[in-house]
Design a binder for this molecule. Structure first.
Ligand code: CAA
Length: 256
């Protein structure tokens, strides 16, 4: 059975990391399968979003595979981290909106995968953290860069330097979780949210807005505002503004 299972619905897919015995830890096989699955979804014009979750009741993803990393030489460690980055970027740079349904432990590379997603729905029983320093490591799949961009540098440093896990309530307080839901219902909630995002909303506009937000985080306010004007103007090369505003003026819901 594949270590990454993809189930396509009408406009989105559910991608399940499936190595339940190792709490869905990310080894080379999982990373390669994740990259391939994202490429397939990317190429499928019917798809607008992806919900990522972990198999079983216990874990989203408990991290990069510790057994696979223990004896790495520096060059091999570099290649492993680079492959991890390719996998995280396949999600973060995808045209698809991504939601992590965090159904349990999201640690190390698991939290980094959730951070590569646009949004995070977190179950009450979940525990999140970057425990790498307790293993003599640092976060190697993007955590040092993406966590501060989501929660701010101070809180990110506290999590990274301590390696401590936080619970779902704390994750919501610091803006890491978009929503906290009952244990066992993260996937359903994430799929519900994805359906809402895929209905009566322009995918072209969503992509432009998302790009403006992400680009803005990495540049000055002035440059970010300029990019917003560019993205706003670019949209008018597509039919969507006319469709959306036409529907409003005719007092009906737009179908994009
Ligand atoms: N890598 C490999 N195997 C893992 C794993 C991981 N990250 N996390 C859990 N497993 C395996 C365990 O070794 C165990 O296997 P066996 O049954 O063969 O012994 C199985 O999954 C179940 O785990 P536990 O028995 O430990 O379950 P538990 O309920 O006692 O504890 C846990 C759960 C707190 C999540 C614990 O498993 C744990 O601490 N896991 C490691 C978490 C971690 O440190 N993650 C960061 C990894 S480093 C990283 O991700 C680097 C990076 O950024 C690239």
């Amino acid at each position: 059975m594949s270590v990454v299972i993809v189930e396509k619905r009408e406009r989105h897919a559910v991608l399940t990391i499936s190595r339940e015995k190792a709490l869905n830890a990310l080894n080379g096989e999982v990373l390669a399968a994740l990259i391939a699955a994202m490429a397939d979804l990317e190429a499928d014009g019917a798809m607008r979003g992806v919900v990522i979750t972990g198999a079983g009741e216990k874990a989203f993803v408990a991290g990069a595979d510790i057994a696979a990393m223990r004896d790495l030489k520096p060059a091999e460690a570099s290649a492993f981290a680079a492959e991890g980055h390719r996998a995280m970027n396949a999600v973060a740079e995808s045209r698809l909106i991504s939601i992590a349904a965090v159904n349990g432990f999201a640690l190390g590379g698991g939290l980094e995968l959730a951070l590569a997603c646009d949004l995070r729905i977190v179950a009450e029983n979940a525990k999140l953290g970057l425990p790498e320093v307790t293993l003599g490591l640092i976060p190697g799949f993007g955590g040092t860069q993406r966590l501060p961009r989501v929660v701010g540098r101070g809180i990110a440093l506290e999590m990274i330097l301590s390696g401590d896990m936080i619970d779902a309530t704390r994750a919501a307080q610091i803006g890491l979780a978009n929503r906290v839901v009952a244990s066992g219902s993260a996937l359903a909630e994430a799929e519900g949210m994805m359906k809402t995002l895929s209905t009566h909303r322009s995918a072209v506009a969503q992509r432009a807005a998302r790009q403006a937000v992400y680009e803005g985080a990495d540049t000055s306010l002035a440059k970010g505002l300029e990019r917003e004007i560019d993205q706003f103007a670019n949209l008018f090369k597509s039919d969507d503004p006319r469709l959306g505003m036409g529907a409003f003026l005719e007092k009906r819901k737009p179908e994009f």
